[in-house]
Design a protein around this ligand. Sequence first.
Ligand code: ADP
Ligand code: MG
Length: 266
Amino acid sequence: MSQPEAVSVDVLRQHCKTLSMTTAAQMVDEALDVARREDWSLEAFLHHLLTQELAGRRARRVARLTKESHLPAGKTLSTFDQKRLPLRVRRQLPQLCRGEWIDRADNLLLFGLPGTGKTHLAAALGYEWIADNRSVLFTPTYQLVGRLLRAKRDYELERELRRLDRFQVVILDDIGYVQQSREEMEVLFTFLAERYERRSVVITSNLVFSEWNQIFKDPLTTAAAIDRVVHHSVIVEFGSEMTSYRADQASKRNRRKADEDAITDG
Ligand code: ADP
Ligand code: MG
């Protein structure tokens, strides 16, 4: 092969741009300077430029996924005090971060009393999954329900569900928010049924399953929703009060008694 004619840096830069190698286009001048000064081999130079391009692409992708995710700012693992988690949950963290379960379209359920860090942990994991190149959407449940209802009224529910399907993980924050109407409950159920065994859902809730009839109203829909969510799922329970159905019942009794006492006192 004959030696190619001398090329200017401008042409190299332009080629990089044409190939959508944004970072390489920016770095090529500097990289050539360093390579000449330090007498790099051809391989070393090419390796350096391509490595920079790959890192740039990765950073741009993570930035895009983060923007699209609507994850709450600052709720990351670095701001999360893991010592406040039950030991059992802390042991589960590395596995949850890795996200092979996402490839299997499993679900993750975070249950516990208000203020125990469910939302923070769900968001923090969301950032980890994005760093691992997965697409995530964080949404308060009432917002998702509103979005689906609007779509349904405009005869665009199918399209909206397809749009949501782009996300490998949808984090439904606070599913315990009480639905007002049958229509709201129905679109929520449709969403869960649609993703079942195909795409992961993460759910945070103050309500244990025995209280889910408050969400889905009738017993059959409630049972069907629980069935779909629980099948292939990891359940993480925060705080010892929530570990058993019996304890849950006892704490409900206590709450009722406290309410009654408060009424009698007042
Ligand atoms: P939940 O969703 O269970 O009601 P949140 O995740 O909203 O609770 O937590 C309530 C507040 O306490 C948030 O500001 C959250 O950042 C903070 N928080 C809860 N748990 C932790 C923790 N382990 N480390 C740091 N901050 C926490
Ligand atoms: Mg919350």
